[in-house]
Design a protein around this ligand. Structure first.
Ligand code: HDD
Length: 721
């Protein structure tokens, strides 16, 4: 009895203490909410209040104040639990239903808010209101994603990246749901479930996760010659971007833009990142998947939080239907690009991402993009893949978000007037008033009416023909643009493509599939086929395949290469500084200052997690510690310990690997003279390209110049291969 009583008293005291803590935290939450509200010009509708204004008390979902949130209701302190404990049941029931089905594709993603502003009026091209006035900013929400992996998979998988933008325009929401690759695997949406089933984990064994390197995927794509062009892109560096901030985006399909006179042009949409389109090298990507599976989302979050806002140019390629007829490919075929040498880009405006989300689930997970969300001045083409997508996205939101009222979730709400007679359904949040819910009506003069002048009208394209299930003959050339892509690459990019194919096909155990795929590569380019066949040890084993249409030999398109036109620069780069207590404070300051001026960032890596001191006794808190931060996480590295620190690093295998891997990953490496022996231990030639020995702070400028000169030291790779 005495024991039970003691326990009971203890519980009460503990309960009070925690109530105070809960009160405190819910008060802070309250204040945060109010602060957020002010910054929330962007959010549609009022964010739901998760607290009671100035009243900090914890309540149930019905507003009943909770007296004890730590203990369930029991019969006696050590007795059975009472079924009547509605506080506990409500809490657990809600928790049990916290998860919703993840997206069937693009499940892993990360979003941010921002704005779009035109450079000048595009009235000649489109009447879309958000493209008329350079002074008018339109709020946007962007979600980047991988395609194949589950929501809990890793960021640097070899995969296409989704690049979906929701413009909250004054005429309704416009969703541009694109990718970071301008072509797609298939030409007709009816093949999408097969494509996705082939790339997802095999249904019997449920692996591999977030990978295309397996039999079912390569079996499917090798049997679908239309995938060949896309395969070139996805085996290239494009599929392992360095950062979301350093990715191109593409609308993929040909769309239409229509101006106020009703004149239409075909367009292709492009996003061009201010930082350039840069990628990781494959082994870096593999290491990062283990060291920091959140590499891309962390990078986006950190850069926005630091005020270093990611930015893209929004561009179009515009051409008439007549011009399109003169191209030697069909612009309705989503496996084709329009080379920029034929139709150059026109810059329409810029997009800046300047606000991270307040709540991942409420915003990033619940955002619902649909290519069918268009505004007056933008319309579709007959691309059969696009037409299928126009059905699929609305449909998927119904199962994912569970209700046709998903447009009422704050992140999906338009920021312009929205009114119609659609009613009821699961989770209806609005309270429509009045007795009339039909149109036309004469009972409520104030109810919404159509507007033939300002309302959306479809472009009146002339259509006729028989109902058929056929693929147009003009879609039959699957190799010419794949060949053009390969020919347009720099040597390192070509090597990476061959490496990508060899890696993936090496994981594909079915010999007949490998042979079939080698046959396809032979039709793309002999050199590529030979390089892949050699790596696989399968020279002379390609299946002989006949192309369905003659393969052309287009000139290279330099715009397709990421590195041919790369002008260098430090912006957005991350320098890993491996150092110890006693670091030369002058050198440290010069590095931090120099990097800042160039828009780069320094991450301080110390042997242990605790603080270190500079030569002048200033305490520095490391961003990470050696064993937890492999050099793969940085664009370039500098090793600058004190003399004693250098000796300790020499004896530390993590430090030796840090340098060795930085070399293998083609990074510019700087070492101070104290750290120079570490190069030897890591078997790095101090005279190799991109390896600099610094005499002191004065050499920092030269080091940064070396880093800025090129994204990675490609020559080193050539020497190593
Ligand atoms: Fe899709 C999601 C992009 C073809 C069906 N798709 C989804 C997302 C992006 C794309 C970026 C994630 C949006 C987000 O962040 O919420 N999809 C593309 C592109 C395609 C494409 C660029 C080809 C040009 N997709 C495609 C086809 C179909 C779908 C052909 C079906 C016929 N896609 C979907 C989907 C998803 C989706 C099942 C899953 C989650 C969602 O829609 O909201 O409906």
């Amino acid at each position: 009895m005495a024991r039970a009583l003691l326990g009971h008293v203890g519980t009460i005291q503990f309960g009070l203490l925690l109530m105070a803590t809960a009160a405190q935290s819910s008060h802070e939450q309250n204040q945060n909410l109010m602060a957020n509200d002010q910054s929330k010009q962007g959010m549609g509708g009022e964010p739901h209040q998760v607290s009671g204004g100035d009243d900090p008390r914890l309540t149930t979902n019905q507003g009943l104040v909770v007296s004890d949130d730590q203990n369930t209701l029991t019969v006696g302190p050590r007795g059975p639990q009472a079924l009547e404990d509605f506080v506990m049941r409500e809490k657990i029931t809600h928790f049990d239903h916290e998860r919703i089905p993840e997206r069937v594709v693009h499940a892993r993603g990360y979003g941010a808010h921002g704005y779009f502003e035109p450079y000048e009026s595009a009235a000649d091209l489109t009447k879309a209101a958000f493209l008329q006035d350079p002074k008018q900013r339109t709020p946007v929400f962007v979600r980047f994603s991988t395609v194949a992996g589950r929501a809990g998979s890793f960021d640097t998988a070899r995969d296409v990246r989704g690049f979906a933008v929701k413009f909250y325009t004054s005429e309704g929401n416009y969703d541009l749901v694109g990718n970071n690759i301008p072509v797609f695997f298939i030409q007709d949406a009816i093949k999408f479930p097969d494509l996705i089933h082939s790339v997802k984990p095999a249904p019997d064994r449920d692996f591999p996760q977030a990978q295309s390197a397996h039999d079912t995927f390569w079996d499917f794509v090798s049997l679908s010659p239309e995938s060949t062009h896309m395969l070139m892109w996805i085996m290239s560096d494009r599929a392992i971007p360095r950062s979301f901030r350093m990715m191109d985006g593409f609308g993929v399909h040909t769309f239409r833009m229509i101006n106020a006179k009703g004149e239409a042009k075909f367009v292709k949409f492009h996003w061009r990142p201010k930082l350039g389109a840069l990628s990781l090298v494959w082994d870096e990507a593999v290491t990062i998947n283990g060291a920091d599976p959140d590499f891309h989302r962390r990078d986006l979050w950190n850069s926005i939080q630091a005020g270093d806002f990611p930015e893209w140019d929004f561009c179009v390629q515009e051409f008439t239907e007549e011009e399109a007829e003169g191209f030697d490919f069909d612009v309705l075929d989503p496996t084709k690009i329009v080379p920029e040498e034929i139709v150059p880009l026109r810059r329409l405006g810029r997009m800046v991402l300047d606000r991270t989300v307040d709540n991942f689930f409420a915003e990033t997970e619940q955002v619902a993009f649909c290519p069918s969300h268009v505004v007056p001045g933008i319309d579709f083409s007959n691309d059969p893949l696009l037409q299928g997508r126009l059905f699929s996205y609305l449909d998927t939101q119904l199962s994912r978000l569970g209700s046709p009222n998903f447009h009422q979730i704050p992140i999906n709400q338009p920021k312009c007037p929205m009114q119609n007679f659609q009613r009821d359904g699961h989770m209806q949040m609005d309270v429509p008033t009045g007795r009339v819910a039909n149109e036309p009506n004469s009972l409520d003069e104030g109810s919404p009416r159509e507007d033939p002048e300002r309302g959306f009208t479809s472009y009146p394209a002339e259509e006729s023909g028989q109902k058929l299930r056929v693929r147009p003959e003009s879609f039959a050339d699957h190799y010419s643009q794949a060949r053009q892509f390969y020919k347009s690459m720099t040597d390192p990019e070509k090597r990476h493509i061959a490496g990508g194919f060899a890696f993936e096909l090496g994981k594909c155990k079915e010999l007949k599939v490998r042979k079939r795929m080698l046959g396809r590569l032979q039709l793309v380019h002999e050199e590529l086929h030979d390089a892949v066949a050699k790596k696989l040890g399968m020279e002379g084993e390609a299946e002989k395949l006949e192309p369905a249409a003659p393969v052309l030999d287009p000139d290279p398109s330099p715009a397709l290469s990421q590195y041919a036109g790369f002008e260098g620069g430090m912006q957005g780069k991350k320098i890993g500084l491996l150092t110890t207590t006693g670091v030369d404070s002058q050198l440290y300051n010069a590095l931090v200052e120099g990097a800042k001026q160039e828009g780069a960032e320094v991450a301080l890596i110390a042997p242990k997690a605790g603080p270190i001191e500079t030569s002048r006794g200033k305490e520095l808190a490391p961003d990470d510690f050696l064993a937890g931060a492999p050099s793969a996480l940085f664009d370039c590295v500098l090793v600058a310990p004190s003399s004693e620190g250098a000796e300790a690093l020499m004896a530390d295998p993590d430090a030796v690997n840090w340098v060795r891997n930085a070399y293998a990953h083609l990074k510019v490496i700087g070492v101070t003279k104290e750290a120079a022996p570490l190069l030897d231990k890591a078997q790095v030639d101090p005279g190799a390209k991109g390896v600099l020995t610094l005499r002191g702070a004065d050499d920092i400028g030269q080091y940064l110049k070396g880093v800025a000169a090129q994204h990675r030291v490609w020559e080193r790779e050539e020497a190593m291969s």
